[in-house]
Design a protein around this ligand. Sequence first.
Ligand code: PEP
Length: 261
Amino acid sequence: MQAWVIGNWKQNPATSDDVQTLLSDLLATADKDDGANSAGCQLMVAPSCIHLAGVSTHLQDSPVLCAAQDISAHSGTTGAYTGDCSAQQVADAGATWTLLGHSERRQYHQEMHACLLSKMTHAFDQGLGVVFCIGETQAQYDAGQTLAVIDEQLTVIKDILTQQPALADTLSDRLIIAYEPVWAIGTGKVPTVAEVSATHQHIKQTVADYGEALDNITVLYGGSVNADNADSFAADAMIDGALVGGASLKAASFLAIAQAF
Ligand code: PEP
């Protein structure tokens, strides 16, 4: 299975100049190593919306794809939604994928099932792929609720298939799940590889139960992945790549993680 390593830049870097420097470093190193895809995995970066068009232009003709970090829930196209960017607009800016359901969106913008179902519908309608982020909080982990939380979060996929059954045949090419325990994001704390592996196995089985064509969905791990621990995650057959926050802001660490997968 094709591995993926995706950089979520969040609200970084501060300036367009800093963005250009990061991209130049990324492509220079990738070129030196004979192309990022020689690492055996697909690379993608998700800049903030304001930098999306510049980044996608810079990455044209490179092996690195460009994703949005989010899209509007209200309309897939245009409308009176101040501050929002639609799926159509981010696609026009050059994004081919979007993250959805990142824990920071869930936490700071109260995004839950109905909102995420709407966003996912708009994304697929506009031809974007979706990296759907799920994961439990520290309190839920401590209470042994990880799988129950994940099962509930995954029902967005079940519901979109109920609404649009025809999606099932192509969904495994257009949907990636990123399992990101909230307590591991940006904290330096990570679950054991065995824990991640078991959770990924559960996610794959749950999604496979939604439809035959979904029997091998790509599942990435995210949460404090870095150049030192990437090897251990990459060695597990259930872990198909990584969604990387902090360590994606330096080309060297991002590409070291890519090399591991
Ligand atoms: C993330 O925010 O998706 C993430 C995985 O962050 P970090 O790698 O910094 O933990």
